[in-house]
Ligand binder design. Structure first.
Ligand code: GLY
Ligand code: MN
Ligand code: MN
Length: 435
C-alpha cells in the first residue's frame, strides 16, 4: 500500500485529535518463541493502519501541536549482527525515509522521551486493554508525571480509547482499502473453487482444508484470515468446528468457511455444497431457504438503511420458511417475537470486514442501530443448522448450511465483492460436474 495512504490516515487522526492531545500506539508484541522456533510476526492492525510499519518493538506517537514534527516513531536501531539472524530492520533512518516519520528514536529511549512529551498534553489517546505491558506502561508514565505536579506539571487528565477513534476511521474504507479486500476476496474465491472441484466422498475434511491453504500460500497469503472451518455432515451444526478431521460421507453436505489475509486485509466466505456433487431434496430445500434469506438481507443493504434491517430481513425469511417446511409451528409474527428461529439460526447476520475479519466499529450509535454508509464493508451470512432431535423428522437431521459473502456498501446500494463463486444449487452442481 502506498505511503500516502498511511499519511492520509495520520492526518485525519491529527485533525480528530486536535491540539493538546497525544496519541500513543504500540506495535504487537512478538509471540513467545518455543526455544529456537521463530513464529511469523503479525503486526497489530491499529498500529499498521496508521504506520504501515511491519516490525515489532515499536511505538508510534502522534502529537498534533508538536512543531518539530507531529509523528514520532520509536523503533529498533540497525544492528548488523542481529539482522544477519533475523532479517532487515528499517532503523531510525528508514523509519523517517521509508515510513514517513517526522522523527525517529531508539525504542530503548521511550521512558526518557515520551513522558516529557505527554507533559504538554491534556488528552491522552491510546488503545486500552489490548496489551497488559503497554497498559501498565501508560499508567506508569501518567503516575510519573503526577509526581511532578508541584513543579507545575499538568499530566494528561482526559484519557480516551484510541481504538474507538481508529475503529470509526477503519469502518469507512477508501478505494485503496476496498481494492485490498477485493484482492483477498479473489484469492479465497479461487481457494473455495479448488476445494469444490477436489471434493469427493471418502476424503477427510483436512484434505479440503489443504486445498484451501495451498491456494492461499501460492497466491502470496502468508496465513488464512482465520482457521478454516471444513465441516462435513453434522459437524456443520457446530458453529466453530475447526477440528477438520472427519471423513466426508457420500450424501452429506460440507460447509467451508474460510478467509484469506493479504497485505493486512481479510476476506471471509462460506459455501455449503454436497460432497458427491448433488443436493438431496431436503438439503436443497434448506439451501434455497438460506439463499432466499441472504437475498432478502442483501436487498436491505444501501446507504441510510440500518444494519439491523439486514438481519431482520433474514430472520423473517428464515422463520417463514421453517414454518412452511414444518420445522416451526405457530404464526409468523409471534415466532419472530419469541425468537423461535434461534433454535436453527442462532448467530447474527454478519460483521464488519476489513483489516480484521471481525473488524472494529460499533453496530449501534447513541443506542440506535447504525446507518449503512458508502465505503462500509460487511459480511452477510445467514445459516440454518438442524441437529438431530426427537421432535424433528429425521430427514432433516444434521443439515447445516451457511452462505456468506462480503459486501461493499456503495452510493447506489451495494456490491457483492465475492460474487464470482458458484452459489445457487444449479451453479454449484454444474461447477462440481466440471461444466
Ligand atoms: N468465520 C468467521 C465468520 O464467518 O465470521
Ligand atoms: Mn466466515
Ligand atoms: Mn464471517
Amino acid at each position: 500500500m502506498d505511503k500516502s495512504e498511511f499519511k492520509r490516515r495520520r492526518q485525519k487522526l491529527i485533525d480528530i485529535l486536535g491540539k493538546e492531545s497525544i496519541a500513543i500506539l504500540p506495535a504487537a508484541p512478538e509471540k513467545i518463541r518455543n526455544r529456537d522456533v521463530h513464529y511469523p510476526y503479525h503486526q497489530d492492525s491499529y498500529f499498521y493502519y496508521l504506520t504501515g510499519f511491519p516490525e515489532p518493538e515499536a511505538l508510534a506517537v502522534i502529537v498534533p501541536h508538536r512543531e518539530q514534527g507531529q509523528y514520532l516513531l520509536f523503533c529498533r536501531e540497525k544492528d548488523l549482527e542481529k539482522e544477519t539472524w533475523h532479517g532487515n530492520r528499517a532503523g531510525l533512518e528508514g523509519a523517517c525515509e521509508i515510513y514517513g516519520a517526522d522523527d525517529a528514536f531508539p525504542i530503548t529511549d521511550i521512558d526518557d522521551i515520551v513522558p516529557g512529551i505527554m507533559e504538554s498534553c491534556r488528552r491522552l489517546y491510546y488503545p486500552m486493554g489490548y496489551y497488559q505491558d503497554f497498559d501498565e506502561k501508560m499508567m506508569e508514565w501518567v503516575n510519573q508525571l503526577r509526581g511532578y505536579v508541584r513543579k507545575g506539571v499538568v499530566p494528561p487528565h482526559e484519557i480516551v480509547a484510541l481504538d474507538y477513534v481508529l475503529d470509526e476511521m477503519r469502518l469507512r474504507k477508501t478505494e485503496v482499502e476496498v481494492d485490498a479486500i477485493r484482492a483477498a476476496a479473489k484469492i479465497i474465491i479461487h481457494a473455495h473453487k479448488r476445494a469444490m472441484q477436489y471434493c469427493r466422498p471418502g476424503l477427510y475434511e483436512y484434505e479440503l482444508e489443504a486445498e484451501i491453504v495451498h491456494e492461499l500460500l501460492r497466491s502470496g497469503c502468508r496465513s488464512p484470515a482465520f482457521p478454516a472451518i471444513v465441516a462435513g455432515g453434522k459437524n456443520a451444526c457446530t458453529l466453530h468446528y475447526i477440528e477438520n478431521d472427519n471423513v466426508l460421507n457420500d450424501g452429506e453436505l460440507v460447509l467451508i468457511d474460510a478467509g484469506a489475509e493479504l497485505n493486512h486485509y481479510a476476506s471471509d466466505i462460506t459455501r455449503t455444497f454436497p460432497i458427491n456433487g448433488h443436493f438431496t431434496d431436503e438439503q436443497k430445500a434448506i439451501y434455497e431457504l438460506v439463499l432466499k434469506a441472504q437475498r432478502a438481507a442483501l436487498n436491505k443493504i444501501y446507504p441510510g438503511n440500518k444494519w439491523i434491517e439486514v438481519y431482520q430481513a433474514a430472520i423473517k425469511v428464515v422463520t417463514q420458511g421453517l414454518l412452511e417446511l414444518g420445522l416451526l409451528m405457530g404464526k409468523l409474527e409471534p415466532l419472530i417475537e419469541e425468537e423461535a428461529y434461534k433454535r436453527f439460526y442462532m448467530h447474527r447476520i454478519g460483521h464488519w470486514l476489513g483489516m480484521d475479519v471481525h473488524d472494529g466499529g460499533n453496530y449501534k450509535v447513541d443506542e440506535t442501530w447504525r446507518d449503512l454508509e458508502p465505503g462500509m464493508v460487511l459480511t452477510v451470512e445467514p445459516g440454518i443448522y438442524i441437529s438431530a432431535a426427537d421432535d424433528i423428522s429425521d430427514k432433516w437431521w444434521n443439515i447445516g448450511i451457511r452462505i456468506e459473502d462480503d459486501i461493499l456498501v456503495t452510493k447506489g446500494g451495494h456490491e457483492v465483492l465475492t460474487a464470482d463463486l458458484p452459489k445457487t444449487v444449479a451453479e454449484i452442481e454444474a461447477f462440481m460436474a466440471g461444466e
